[in-house]
Design a protein around this ligand. Structure first.
Ligand SMILES: *Cc1c(COP(=O)(O)O)cnc(C)c1O
Length: 394
């Protein structure tokens, strides 16, 4: 890797893998081999077996390490495989402090799987550093963050949490799926392990499941490598290639989608059928200042609240551009209904308490022309009755 101080945008395209050293091919070769011939009895080459290491996967692992400002990267078969493997750093009787509105799959892993192995957890409101501090126990080994959170885009002060963690000898993990290293670089803010569902913005085209992890500390990197190899949930080579291909356009995709998300958020709050808009780019969003400080942009995901389920149904049946689906972070806009999708397992009362009402919709803004998007939202929203109140609070 060249030491030149290139910007993120340039680094996406110009790295050690910009051409194949054997043929000059301007694309990373897909190496399907599961095993590698050793030419010398006494000296084995860099690769021996593809679970332990594979050149195509290695290219992606180096790419994410470099983009996150780390020393080691790891590619897994899904975001959950990356997150679950990182949790294998914990042992029986350890305790993990987790953000209360963490991703549903992570919630399930912690509450239903880790608990069976004697790993304890406490859910806290991560936006409140006092609450974080007062819940750290002598056996707390990991503090787990996700910022912005899903679906209400709550913001955690990353440096605030990493300082608390360091003072108490615990590691910090951060799920950076919503931001990507294009907008937020947690390792630079003191986070130990950054995690991704590369299924979302990094790959970006709704056509691959993948997970990534990156670390700065080499010793920690060695531990995760051992866990990756032991657990074996590695990313296949075709999928590694798809993520590498998606990464090349990450910067332009996220920039355009974030700009459109800002315009859409501004539009939504003017529409009389919209009761609330949740987007860190809005100046009154409770996390706006912290988010602005720790990122290069507001991101492409926002949520908004309509009156009730009936209003949501009418809107979804009339809006034409976004696909109505789970997931996010793609070239096409994706509209999701948390109450029936990501948070369906949560009792209604719990959901409402967290602000995930039956009227809440989440929108991941894609690459469509923003005026078309706004026009489409307008015609669908115009089918609804005007709101009773507009709430400028989270
Ligand atoms: C989708 C998602 C995951 C899980 O990733 P998979 O690739 O679906 O396993 C984890 N965290 C966040 C924030 C996500 O959006």
């Amino acid at each position: 890797m060249s030491n030149r101080n290139w910007t993120f945008q340039t680094k996406l395209l110009h790295n050690d893998h910009k051409f194949d050293p054997v043929t000059g091919g301007v694309s990373v070769p897909i190496q399907h081999a599961s095993t590698f011939h050793q030419t010398n009895f006494d000296e084995y080459g860099k690769f021996d077996y593809s679970r332990s290491g594979n050149p195509t996967r290695d290219a992606l692992e180096q790419a994410i390490a470099d983009l996150e400002g780390g020393t080691r990267g790891f590619a897994f078969s899904s975001g959950m495989a990356a997150i679950s493997t990182a949790f294998l750093l914990l042992s029986k009787d350890d305790h993990v402090l987790v953000q209360e509105d963490v991703y549903g799959g992570t919630y399930r892993m912690i509450t239903e799987v880790l608990s069976r192995f004697g790993i304890e957890h406490t859910f806290v409101n991560m936006t409140d550093l006092h609450e974080v501090a007062s819940n750290i126990r002598p056996n707390t080994k990991v503090i787990y963050m996700e910022t912005p959170s899903n679906p209400l885009l709550k913001i955690t002060d990353i440096e605030g949490v990493t300082k608390l963690a360091k003072a108490n000898n615990c590691l910090t993990f951060l799920d950076n799926t919503f931001m990507t290293p294009a907008l937020q670089r947690p390792l630079d803010l003191g986070v130990d392990v950054v995690l991704h569902s590369a299924t979302k913005f990094l790959a970006g085209h709704s056509d691959v499941l993948a997970g990534l992890a990156a670390v700065k500390d080499e010793e920690l990197g060695q531990k995760i490598y051992k866990l990756q190899n032991s657990f074996g949930a590695v990313l296949g080579v075709q999928d590694a290639w798809l993520v590498l291909r998606g990464l090349k356009t990450l910067h332009v995709r996220i920039e355009q989608s974030s700009n459109s998300a800002m315009d859409l958020a501004n539009y939504l709050e003017t529409h009389p059928a919209v009761e609330a808009v949740y987007y860190p780019g809005l100046s009154y969003h409770p996390g706006h200042a912290v988010h602005h400080y720790q990122t290069n942009g507001h991101g492409a995901v926002l949520s908004f609240r309509l009156a009730d389920e009936e209003a949501v149904k009418t809107f979804v049946n009339n809006v034409e551009i976004p696909v109505f689906a789970v997931s996010l972070g793609a070239v096409e806009s994706i509209l999701s209904y948390p109450a029936r999708m990501s948070h369906a397992a949560m009792p209604k009362e719990e959901r409402e308490k967290r602000g995930i009402t039956d009227g809440l919709l989440r929108m991941s803004v894609g690459l469509e022309n923003c005026e078309d998007l706004i026009e489409d939202f307008k015609q669908a929203l115009n089918k609804l009755s005007p709101r009773k109140t507009f709430q400028k609070i989270q």
